[in-house]
Ligand binder design. Structure first.
Ligand SMILES: C[S@@+](CC[C@H](N)C(=O)[O-])C[C@H]1O[C@@H](n2cnc3c(N)ncnc32)[C@H](O)[C@@H]1O
Length: 238
């Protein structure tokens, strides 16, 4: 686990932002191949306005996303995600040198990727009314039967908002994600640092508490960007 960097200012955020990382960002940060994604249904928990679910469905895969954010009127959800691109881009511009731009290339390309991802999400989300691929649901309660998924992902929610969600929430959320994956299935979570860029301090006790349910493994993060490199966590359900 990387060391905390108290010299780097925290990312300024009140509440939880609804961002829209792209399919390629998901493949990179979760170290995924399309073959792995084809092994069974995939859940994007805290999916926000990411195009990940849309892109999986476009490839004929069975994918779903859950986020309390989807509860709003659809056009307002999309508009809120578009506003967040502007807000987050301005925050990044204000502290450019703290970030590692080797993956994105530049702030302009970072923003363009987000806009392209949002456009794909928006088209799929608008068309989804009958299919219910997007569940307005928040951890630690998900509206799926036990063992529904082969893979559940959680990008930039758990551990990142450690200031707003306590240890009990995180423990319940991990148990819930494990409940909805089948035995042998996986939960992958990234990153494991907070918006203060501190490694999640309770991770060892949290992983110890779910040991009867899952084997845990940390691997090096593959998406350089935030000021402190973070591993990815994989939980394999027993
Ligand atoms: C930073 S965004 C990440 C979105 C997407 N996964 C990505 O990587 O771009 C965090 C998301 O967590 C969602 N969220 C907030 N509370 C939640 C909860 N209790 N359970 C699941 N998601 C939640 C927010 O609505 C927001 O869309």
């Amino acid at each position: 686990m990387s060391k905390e960097r108290p010299d780097i200012p925290a990312y300024p955020q009140s509440g939880v932002a609804s961002t829209c990382r792209s399919y390629d960002e998901y493949l990179t940060m979760f170290d995924l191949t399309e073959a792995r994604l084809r092994e069974g249904p995939v859940l994007d928990a805290a999916g926000g306005a990411s195009s990940f679910t849309a892109e999986l469905c476009a490839r004929g895969l069975d994918a779903r996303a859950a986020d309390p954010f989807y509860a709003g009127e659809r056009e307002e959800v999309i508009a809120a995600a578009a506003r967040e691109i502007g807000v987050s881009s301005a925050k990044l511009e204000a502290n450019l040198t703290h970030y590692d731009w080797s993956y994105y290339g530049s702030p302009t390309r970072h923003r363009a990727l987000r806009e392209a991802s949002l456009a794909k999400f928006a088209a799929h989300f608008r068309a989804d009314a009958g299919e219910d691929r997007y569940a307005a649901a928040g951890l630690p309660r998900l509206p799926y039967a036990d063992g529904t998924f082969s893979l559940a992902l959680c990008s930039h929610f758990l551990f990142l908002y450690a200031d707003q969600f306590g240890l009990d929430f995180h423990a319940e959320a991990l148990r819930e994600l494990l409940r909805v994956v089948r035995p042998g299935g996986e939960v992958r979570i990234y990153p494991l640092v907070s918006l203060r860029w501190e490694p999640y301090p309770h991770l060892p006790e949290l992983l110890a508490s779910i040991l009867p349910l899952a084997e845990a493994r940390e691997t090096a993060g593959k998406l350089p960007f935030v000021p402190v490199a973070s591993p990815m966590l994989t939980l394999t359900r027993r």
